[in-house]
Each structure stands twice: as structure tokens, then as C-alpha cells.
Write a protein that binds this ligand. Sequence first.
Ligand code: XUL
Length: 517
Amino acid sequence: MAFSLGIDASTQSVSAVVIDLDTGTFVYESSINFGQQLPQYKSPNGFLNGAVEGEVYSNPLMWLDALELLLADLKAHCDLKQIKTISGAGQQHGSVYLNADWAEAIGTLSPSQTLSEQIKPCLSRINAPIWMDTSTGIECEEIASAIGGNEKVCTLSGSICVERFTGPQIRRFFKSSPDAYAQTSRIHLVSSFICSILSGTDAPIDTGDGAGMNLMNIQSFDWDAELLEATAPDLESKLPELVPGNTSSGSLAPYFTEKYGFDSEVSISVFTGDNPSSLVGAGASAPGKVVISLGTSDTYFAAMPNVVSDPNGYGHVFGNPSGGSMSLQCFLNGSLAREAVKDHFNYDWDQFTEALTSTAAGNDGNYMLPFYGQEISPRYHGAQPILVGSDAFKKGELPKASIRACVEGQFINMKVQTDWMEMRPKTLYITGGASSNDAIAQILADVFQAKVQRLFVSGSVALGGAIRAAQHNLDYDLSELEATFCKKNPACIEPNQESAPAYSKAITAISKILSEL
Ligand code: XUL
């Protein structure tokens, strides 16, 4: 028997999926929610807001405690000895800062102490800034101007300077805490940090996740000397090696064999970002398929046949862990906006769904850009939804219309913002928490006038890890793995063609609001 384990280190939880490569079946899935299971970190949604507006952090020790809880749960529910290989992914852009003690500590983890006890003295910065952080506007301007403008940054790195990307975050740390920066000998992404811990070595960064840093050159897939120079001094020596996603990261550290009872020979494949991993887990690593993940943030991504970049600068080009590149657009106002409008009217999810099914496409001309918090596609700094329509709607007197307007506005904005990818999809694969809601999926199908198909697994990120590990370390064929594990629910949601005129009108109206922002 050969099992493969995939791990997803995400914003609100760390999750795992174990697949049986011989029988083509799912063995076990598990998830540890940071807020619920580690309340001592006082991060109910997995993150903390900093003292300065826009700062969003997580405690990396919380991730390590959660990893231990996850492995203990796996041990209780499946035969860990059958796991032959591991890979996984992390929320993109987040960074962990480590001092000179890291190099030795990572190779000598002792099962008599916890991971967090042993890694705590290695942190040169207590908190890890994560992808929700928008505090680096000034650093983005500084880097762009040193390079000669954002257009050039975009040509070099696949994205203009973006607040949440790791390069601007590193620059802000260097400027605000120069001593702690000087004491930092290694900066890891969440993905390479977790991979390092599991393999007991200082793991490399893969080009899929590395592209989300404003530091990697998307043509050479290597660190870009100009971008490094514009970001912070001595940066190259502080960054791990950059490698393709099929690179091995050695084998599982003895810590895990001794403490949890894994086999003594478990190979590890370098980790990647959650979105690149989801591309694999969704069975979409070859060009032509679009995946939409409806999670904390909503993301829209696809393998790219030709590398193009977003002329508006809001979208990104990342490495595709299966080779080549992928495009990605991230919308901060995903589940957080759907929850905000639901909570505003004191509705539960059933009432939310009923509001969607009892209102009409196009919402009688009542439109919303649901920017309940800052948005990055497009860049918008307010924290109030933008409303156009009747007085009663604008005054918030029509709860059902507000709920429909939120979901319609999310998908219309998504359609407009992703036009640069030139995908014109006929089928959209959906994943993530909100993808199980039929009413939400129907609006998505109608706005895009495309078929919507659900993935069977909700955890396409962790599944992508398990598939990549089997492909890269055990020589399984990717297309066979995808055919076996990335099954789609055959019951498609067909677009309602009668709704097309109402949405075409709504798209025109919302595009006008967007052009005036
Ligand atoms: C992508 C992005 C998010 C994170 C968190 O650019 O910021 O999707 O990867 O999941």
C-alpha cells in the first residue's frame, strides 16, 4: 500500500488529506481550526491586526502547534506507516523571519520538546505578516520607483508592486526594524517554512509561490538582481534557493518518525502556494480550465498557454507547479463580504440562500460593489459597499436585494477584472466553502454564461499536495492521478440564458462604477 499526504497551511486552519495511490481512494481528511482549537493565540480567524492600519499578522508558532494537533489526529485515524510521500502548500505571500540559530535548530528537532518550543528562539520577528496585510503602500512606491515604474516591475515579476507581496513586506521590516532585519539570516514563505519543519532542513521556495514575492523574474524563474537590490540590502543571502515545483526536499525528519510513528523513509516534495496547489488539486494544471475558489478571499485562476500580464496591474502571473505559468486574480472581499451582508441583516445562511432564490437576475437595477473591507481587484481603500439603485436599496431597507447585489457584484467584478486573461471559459470549476451553495453557483453560471461544475473534494489545495508528492517522488502519472482523484460532480449548473440580457445591463452599469473609482 502507498499513501500520499497533502497538507494545506492556510489562513484559518491547517488541513490534510491522505490518499491511497493503489486503490485510488481517499483515506482520511482532517483540519485544525486555529481560532477554535488554539484559542490561546487570540486569533479567532487565524490572524491579528497590528497597531498600524493595514497590518495583519499571524503567529508562526500557532501554525506549528496546529501542525502537531493535525498529525496527532492523523495518527489516531489512519495508518501513518503507509504514508510514503508528503507535499503541500501554504497561504501565499506570508513570510517568517529566522535568526542564525535556525540553521542548527531545524536539523536537530528533538521529540522531547514541541516544535514551537524549539523554533521560538529562532524567530527574529515574532509575527509573520500575511497576505491580508495592506500596510506597505509606501514601500511599493519606493520599489517601483527604484526599478523605473510599475510597468517594468510587472514585466520582471509578473505583478506590479503589491502591498501583500513578500518583497514590499520585507522592505517595510528592514526600514522599521533594521536591527532585527540584520539579525535575520533566513526569510521563508509559509510554504517553505512548513516544508523545512517537516523535512528537518532549510527547504527551498518553489517558483509557483516564489512568484508572489515581487522578487522572482518570471522569465528566468530565478531571483531578480534588480528587484532584490530595490527591496532591501543583503537580501539574496537571506532567501532560500528558488527551485521548480518538482524538486525533492529530502525526507521526513526523525522528529516525526519518532513522535508520530511515520515510516523511516518518507520522501517530501517542495511545498508551493495554496493557489498553485489548488490548480493541481482541481485537475486544471493544463491550460484551458478555469478554477474559482470561493474562500476567505475569492480567487480565479488558470494555467496559462501564453504569458500575458494584467494591464491594470491587479492580476498576477505565478509559476504553475506542473511547468509553465498560471494567472491569478485575488478578491479580498470573498466570504468576508458574504458574511458581512448576512450579519448586517441578522440573517442565517438559509435566509441568505432564500434571498438569492427569491430575487431576480439583475436585481431590478440595484447594484453593489461589495467592498466591505479594502479590495485589491481593483485596488480600493474604502470599507463600505458602493451602492447604485433605488433609495430604499441604498438606505438598506431591502435586505434580500442587498444580498443578491453582493453576490452579483462579486461575480460581475470578477468577470470584468479577469478579462485580461483572455480565457472566455465554457466551464468553471468551483471549490472552497461557498461553492456548495447552489444559489451562489447559479448566479456565477449566469453572470459568466458558462457551465459551473463542482469539485468533489472541498480541499483542492491539500489534494494538490498529495498528487504532486505522488507524481514527483513516486513517479505516478499526473494525468492518471487527476483522472482518479480530481473528480468533478457530474451534475453541472447550466447558465440560464434568459438572464443574459439582465446581466449584460448589470455588467455595463458596474463597469461604469468601476471606471469612476
Ligand atoms: C493570492 C492570495 C490569497 C492567499 C491566501 O494572491 O493572496 O489567495 O494565497 O489564500
